[in-house]
Write a protein that binds this ligand. Sequence first.
Ligand SMILES: [Ca+2]
Ligand SMILES: [Ca+2]
Length: 360
Amino acid sequence: MMFKRFESLSSQSLSCLEKRFPSIRNHSKQSGFILMVMLILMLLGAAAYFGNYAKNYGFTHRQHDVQKSLQELNFIKQQLLTYAVFQPELFQSNLVSNTVTNTEISAIPSPGYFPCPDMDGDGALSGAESPCSNPRVTGNDATGFDYGFLPVQFKTRNFFLKDISPKEFYYVVADRFVNASGDYNNTTTHRYAPLNAALTPSSGPDLGSPTALPDNTLPWLQVNGSGNYVVLIIAPGVPQTFPDGTSQDRTLSGDAKTVVRQYLDMRFDASGNKIDNGNAAGARFFYSGQQSSPTVNDMVVGITFDEWKAAMEARIKVQKSALCSLSPSIAHWFNDYSAVSNPAGSNWRDQFIDGQAVCP
Ligand SMILES: [Ca+2]
Ligand SMILES: [Ca+2]
């Protein structure tokens, strides 16, 4: 069914895609599958883009730079979704000193994981940085997510955010959705698993310490008081001086958390009374644009859990006949999780998409 829909798309759309992602032209074997998944992502992204645009239009004053930021934010959102959808492919090979070493199938993660934030602002993620480890503690609004600068360089990945500069954006990610977290140490994967649409941590790293979250616990990042966001991307806007005299100075040194107040904004009411530390508070509540406060010029675009789910399910649907033919007993991300024999398993095999079993 999905294939039929794509057959009806014009060849123009496909050549347009190839222009945007030139590297896919060189891999004719995989290109059919990758083109299909990317097309789905672009369609999902377009819907989200126009949704955000319509929502924000009323208070943007039609400023060119605001529109530019919105376009960039939505481009980044699209790239991050692509990163998560192609997570298994990204892990299929590790480029080390110009040699290719294949990661064993049993260690390749499922779709759905995102990178950790860049803490020192060099744009890259180094092994020593490892900032991701903030598991959710019920009642503590400063837990369950990690934040820092948006990483823009990947040594082993040749497509991604090429025109975005280090420190240009802040990036917030729900802790269970990162591909390297010291707190989810199930065997050697350092990832929360199983990660699938049902969010059912039935066993393994989520029993014991840190305490297990109940099944179906959605991520709790919020923007302007609502939503269940997996990822937030924040354009910090121009530096400003707040009603209490505090000025933002982006020449100060320090990691992303140390200098967050120089980028992200406190909230004051129209009379100049401080409401709270807003986006610089280090809490799970974020605010976008001046509708939340006259002193917030940060613009926030996020990936909701539902958008994440739709993108991952779109991939699984395209590939499911091949995936369902895998033996259920081998160690593979598609199969059921086992802390011992399949630590990378995310059990997409037993999920339901649009009310239908993935593998009937
Ligand atoms: Ca870095
Ligand atoms: Ca700001």
